[in-house]
Design a protein around this ligand. Structure first.
Ligand SMILES: Cc1ncc(C[n+]2csc(CCOP(=O)(O)OP(=O)(O)O)c2C)c(N)n1
Ligand SMILES: [Mg+2]
Length: 348
């Protein structure tokens, strides 16, 4: 059974205070931590492979993982929908994609579930897990997610659609149109802004005219919540409340998670050109991974024994995913236009 399906059945007195306070079990917390650590380990491996000339392009989720696992955990796997963006590795893992699924997308293999090697690396998607394929033009996925939420409302399925993107992307016109529509029709929709303070080399103050993107929610008559993206459980609690509102027919919520970008924008960017050494060092202090680890250790949830086991399993998963993806065949060039043009019979 998926550990999340038990999350609302915390046994009083049997779980840590930390877990009980947010309505989760200790097993949930361990699994959330595992996902954060796994996402980081896959990401770090991607950079090594890129620098070794084995994969062409990396766009990293490092610094975003805690917010991604926290928010995605509140949704129901296999029922709800996610329209992710290029940094959403931890979101996709939380929603059911595997390390192999992520790695085959980096290698653009024929059997990559995201697109069979057709999409740019970092454009994850999974038909099996209700994860919409990432589109390269940023913010377009919000419209798709709102459409899914509209369908859910019309069909009365009880599903929720969540999308995520950066604060820079949140300035696109699509966001205004989609939020306005979702708010008017009280759609079961959640908008997560992962604010890492930069859009490539442009700092937030030059992208957004307000300190908090969440302030814009009031312009649509919906709740806007600012949450510390390095606090996994605060992110979970914000998303849990948003899901409850959405399922109750009360409409959308905007969650702004203040995260950090620990790497350059992509493997083609060098952030030391536009960020000082002091700023980059300070970013390390806003990382969810060590913070969550410490929190779980203090609560007695994460022990040496559990941690050793987790580390060994994650190292093996990353190794397996790399070797597996390396060994998979490239897509057949003859199929390059499949799904691009309609397959029409040539006349006579
Ligand atoms: C419509 C559109 N404009 C520009 C780009 C090029 N582009 C890709 S990512 C990016 C920065 C986005 O910044 P932000 O939304 O803050 O996300 P972050 O990369 O910081 O996570 C830009 C300008 C694009 N892909 N689509
Ligand atoms: Mg950004």
């Amino acid at each position: 059974m998926d550990s999340r399906s038990t999350s609302s059945r915390t046994l009083p007195g049997r779980e840590s205070r930390l877990a009980a306070d947010v309505g989760l079990s200790d097993a949930d917390l361990i699994e959330m931590y595992r996902l954060v650590v796994l996402a980081r380990a896959i990401d770090e491996r991607m950079w090594v492979l890129n620098r070794a000339g084995l994969i062409p392009f990396v766009i990293s989720g490092q610094g975003h993982e805690g917010a991604q696992v926290g928010t995605a955990w509140a949704l129901e796997k296999g029922k709800d929908w996610i329209a992710p963006f290029y940094r959403s590795i931890a979101t996709c893992l939380t929603f059911g994609m595997s390390a192999r699924d992520i790695m085959t997308a980096q290698y653009a293999t024929a059997n990559d579930p995201s697109s069979g090697g057709r999409q740019m690396p970092g454009h994850y998607g999974s038909h099996e897990h209700n994860i919409l394929s990432v589109s390269s033009p940023v913010a377009t996925q919000l419209l798709h997610a709102v459409g899914i939420a509209l369908a859910a409302k019309i069909r009365k399925t009880g599903q929720v659609a969540m999308t995520s993107m950066g604060e820079g992307s949140s300035n696109q016109g699509d966001v205004h149109e989609g939020l306005n529509f979702a708010a008017i029709h009280k759609l079961p929709f959640i908008f997560v802004v992962e604010n890492n303070g930069y859009a490539i080399s442009v700092p937030a103050a030059m992208e957004v005219s307000v300190a908090d993107v969440a302030d814009r929610a009031s312009g649509y008559g919906i709740p806007g919540v600012v949450v510390d993206g390095s606090d996994v459980l605060a992110c979970y609690a914000a998303a849990r409340d948003a899901v409850a509102r959405a399922r109750a027919g009360e409409g959308p919520t905007l969650i702004e998670a203040k995260v950090t970008r620990l790497t350059g924008h992509s493997s083609d960017d060098q952030q030391t050109k536009y960020r000082s050494a002091e700023e980059l060092a300070a970013e390390r202090g806003h990382d969810a991974l060590p913070r969550f680890r410490e929190q779980l250790r203090d609560a007695g949830v994460l022990t040496d024994e559990i941690e050793e086991r987790l580390e060994a399993k994650i190292a093996a998963l990353v190794e397996d995913a790399t070797e597996y993806a390396e060994a998979q065949p490239d897509p057949d060039p003859a199929g390059a236009t499949r799904y691009v043009y309609a397959d029409v019979e040539e006349p006579g």
